[in-house]
Design a protein around this ligand. Structure first.
Ligand code: TMP
Length: 201
């Protein structure tokens, strides 16, 4: 089973992923967790390039680099793990590309981005996507004391468009489960577990 987590920075994805991993492991599942971009040596190197504040990266190049990192992760780790019947949890997947490179950067028309997403994911779609929804104000507030990587420096208008992208996807895609990220860690974890209980627990 492939479970993905989406949302803007500061939405609490990593905390929830770690809690979910522990829960699924405690009931005997083998769980693999990867972050995007990242998760393989090549994909982590690409991540360094993408987040480095010294570079000015053309928006189509950016789209293709995120996609290259994803393709490598899929072929090296995700597809083999799914083949073995393991649960794979991804901290971001191609919905981030639609939201950030499609709605945020507007690098290419959305239908072309969808085609690239399909190629980079080797045709695999998530079984469940948990979208931790957070307002721009709350995201800025939660991250005020942190230094910003190249993507995070994009500014409020960019992030408002990214949120619109995730919201549109949530309306269009049945696999999306929207959870308000302003709730407590425990309440969010419980709703995630509840949604998965009939399938995995
Ligand atoms: P992270 O900080 O959540 O690990 O993600 C790295 C940054 O990359 C984050 O700002 C979101 C961004 N991103 C994209 O712009 N497009 C993508 O396809 C992915 C996976 C991440």
């Amino acid at each position: 089973m492939l479970i993905t987590f989406e949302g803007i920075d500061g939405s609490g994805k990593s905390t929830q992923i770690s809690l979910l991993k522990d829960k699924l492991t405690s009931v005997g599942k083998t769980v693999r967790v990867f972050r995007e971009p990242g998760g393989t040596q090549i994909s982590e190197e690409i991540r360094e390039l993408l987040l480095n504040t010294e570079f000015h990266i053309d928006s189509v190049t950016e789209l293709l680099l995120f996609s290259s990192a994803r393709s490598q992760l899929m072929s090296e780790e995700v597809l083999p793990a799914l083949e073995k019947g393991e649960v794979v949890i991804l901290d971001r997947f191609y919905d981030s590309t639609t939201a950030y490179q499609g709605y945020g950067r507007k690098s290419l028309p959305l239908n072309q981005i969808q085609q690239i997403n399909s190629i980079a994911s080797h045709g695999r779609t998530p079984d469940f996507t948990f979208y931790l929804r957070l307002s721009l104000d709350e995201s800025n507030h939660r991250r005020a004391h942190l230094s910003k990587d190249r993507m995070e420096r994009a500014g409020d208008e960019f992030f408002a468009n990214v949120i619109k992208g995730f919201d549109d996807l949530a309306e269009q895609e049945e696999r999306f489960i929207v959870i308000e990220a302003s709730q407590s860690i425990e309440v969010i974890h419980e709703s995630i577990v509840k949604r998965l209980s009939s399938k995995l627990l």
